[in-house]
Design a protein around this ligand. Structure first.
Ligand code: FMN
Length: 189
């Protein structure tokens, strides 16, 4: 289990990041495809994304189309919430993160170059995401593939970990980033 009553919170922290790191590196693991919630106008909206990397600075990376609505609103409100759940270990992880948008910059260019040709069509059809189509065949990929490629770098500033233990009492901890580092506490589940 990621959390046990006798664990100290440093151990839970290490267990959590290790689980996230392994999960994100494993095709098909639920931690690779969390729900990402951001703002659309004044209300929240979530969607599933594929995490491409968890880097050494504990930043999550995922890719999208720069014309998508989420990018437009993230430019105004650059925060998002990830929700992960692994039913095998019965662990939910909720992470608040600041979002940096990389489009048409050196970072985006380098990441784009690493994407295999057969996956490039996933980023940038000729019609922007959300545009009404007469039918599915109307979407084509003849234009500037790569031009709309966008990488989102997500830096956590709050994390809650919930370990379900049916019949034994669930366990929950919260970590918050402050100017001096991360604080940690047990909270009621
Ligand atoms: C398993 C799965 C993985 C997905 N991965 C991504 C992704 O990495 N990036 C992305 O922009 N959309 C991804 N999508 C599509 C989004 O869920 C969403 O439909 C799309 O990004 C449009 O969202 P928006 O209207 O909020 O911009 C994925 C969907 C599924 C079902």
């Amino acid at each position: 289990m990621i959390i046990q009553p006798e664990f100290n919170l440093d151990k839970v922290w290490e267990n959590t990041w290790e689980s996230l790191s392994k999960g994100i590196a494993t095709q098909g693991h639920p931690f690779k495809t969390p729900v990402f919630i951001s703002f659309r106008k004044n209300y929240p909206i979530g969607r599933v994304v594929v995490l491409r990397d968890l880097d050494n600075d504990k930043q999550f990376w995922f890719y999208t189309d720069s014309r998508s609505e989420k990018v437009k609103y993230l430019e105004r409100m650059p925060v998002g919430n990830f929700v992960f759940y692994d039913s095998a270990s019965m662990v939910q992880i909720r992470i608040m993160a600041k979002i940096s948008i990389h489009k048409e910059d050196e970072v985006a260019k380098q990441l784009w170059e690493a994407i295999p040709d057969n996956q490039r069509a996933d980023y940038g059809g000729d019609f922007a995401p959300g545009v009404t189509l007469q039918g599915p065949e109307e979407q084509t990929h003849d234009g500037k593939m790569g031009y709309y490629f966008c990488a989102l770098c997500c830096s956590p500033f709050e994390m809650e970990v919930l370990q379900l233990r049916p019949g034994e009492g669930h366990l929950k901890v919260r970590y918050e980033k402050s100017t001096t580092g991360w604080t940690q506490q047990w909270i009621a589940p």
